[in-house]
Design a protein. Structure first.
Length: 202
């Protein structure tokens, strides 16, 4: 029984990774709102660094939970996707607005779907307010489609659309991290109660 509880507890370790990613995305969104990129190359470079950092942290989380969760491969794939997208944007800073909009749009689409999937996992864990994560994920998907379907929108509109998408994704990550922390604390309490019961039996 102890092994089972330890395995479940391990499934939510490193919850702070999502918190850090969320903070980075929110700060990035605020920066974009306050100081829109002066040039398209600047926007591409900014996105590449932000996405690279997100990918590195996500891969760290995936390998940290490799032995404990069945879906660690999904997190690994997401982290690898982040790094690939980040490197492409970093190596091609002069990419056209159309390609950039579509490229980032598909990246946001993947992130939105992942957020929705996480929402249903939180529901399965009987976490309250999981619907907010679902709501954020749905909005991210909507903005992703806006970016993909309307690649010829103006530069200013594109900056604010992506900034709002980053803000939503950042808030969703912070919310998810706090929910994972709650799950970890709750499971930890169960483990302690079980240990007390075993001690009484002894």
């Amino acid at each position: 029984m102890t092994n089972v509880v330890s395995k479940v507890t391990g499934s939510v370790k490193n919850w702070w990774v999502f918190f850090i990613i969320g903070i980075l995305l929110v700060l990035g969104a605020i920066w974009m709102f306050r100081t829109p990129a002066e040039s398209f190359a600047g926007l591409s470079g900014f996105f590449s660094i932000l996405i690279l950092l997100s990918g590195i942290l996500t891969i760290f989380y995936a390998f940290g939970n490799k032995e404990d969760i069945d879906s660690w491969g999904l997190f690994l794939a997401g982290g690898i996707l982040d790094i690939v997208v980040g490197l492409i944007l970093l190596n091609y800073p002069k990419i056209t607005m159309v390609l950039f909009s579509v490229f980032v749009g598909f990246w946001l689409l993947f992130k939105g779907i992942s957020t929705i999937s996480t929402a249903f996992k939180l529901k399965k864990e009987e976490e309250e307010n999981w619907g907010w994560v679902l709501f954020f994920g749905a909005l991210i998907v909507i903005f992703a489609f806006m970016s993909i379907v309307n690649p010829l929108i103006g530069a200013a509109y594109l900056v604010y659309t992506l900034a709002f998408s980053l803000l939503l994704l950042g808030i969703a990550n912070i919310f998810i991290s706090l929910k994972l922390k709650n799950v970890k604390s709750r499971i930890g309490d169960v483990r302690d109660n079980m240990a007390d019961g075993v001690d009484r039996i002894k």
